[in-house]
Design a protein around this ligand. Sequence first.
Ligand code: DX5
Ligand code: ZN
Length: 216
Amino acid sequence: MSIVSPSLLSASFAHLEQDCRMVLEAGAEFLHFDVMDGHFVPNISFGAPVLKSLAKELDAFYDVHLMITDPLSYIESFAKAGASLISFHLEADSPVQETIDAIHAVGCKAGLVIKPATPAEALFPYLDKVELVLVMSVEPGFGGQSFMPSALPKLQAIKAEAERIGRSDLWIEVDGGVGRDTAEQCAQAGANVLVAGSAVFSAADPVAETRWLKSL
Ligand code: DX5
Ligand code: ZN
């Protein structure tokens, strides 16, 4: 069984609450909230005020993925808005341990993310410091891109290292192009949290798609 974290980037912003309720009722345990600043990535999505409105209406586990240059400065506002977990990029301009500590200090779980060009080993020094690691299987910035198979050996390497250090409880998340053709391979390689945006929200039956992802 996998944890499914539907990416709200592919939901309808006009009825975000209904879309979230639908996937939660289908068994999604997380909601993936992709924050983009138009600087770290070449796109702008949404920020803390949108999360705040949503979290006020809907009690859920908000898995906030910060694709922003300066995550440290925004941790408090996302925590106040209702984030359950905040993940940030190893490639961002943020002191890594200090940022992890700041996330824990506001009562959130912490996640560390790597882009496709960053090796899995770059995460190893932090595997015992965070609750989640996220391997990007597309270049961050847009939904609906094709899965990069180079993520698979990275997931395997992280899983092996996590087991070696006694962290089999670590959430290993994969994000980008995860769907019918790729999700099973991700789960087999060690991912236990599957982010899926277009695969869920653009499907004819998002409920069935969420249930299928969860069954992996
Ligand atoms: C990309 C985002 C992803 C994206 C996934 O920058 O981090 O979460 O929304 O979308 P799909 O599943 O459509 O690739
Ligand atoms: Zn994401």
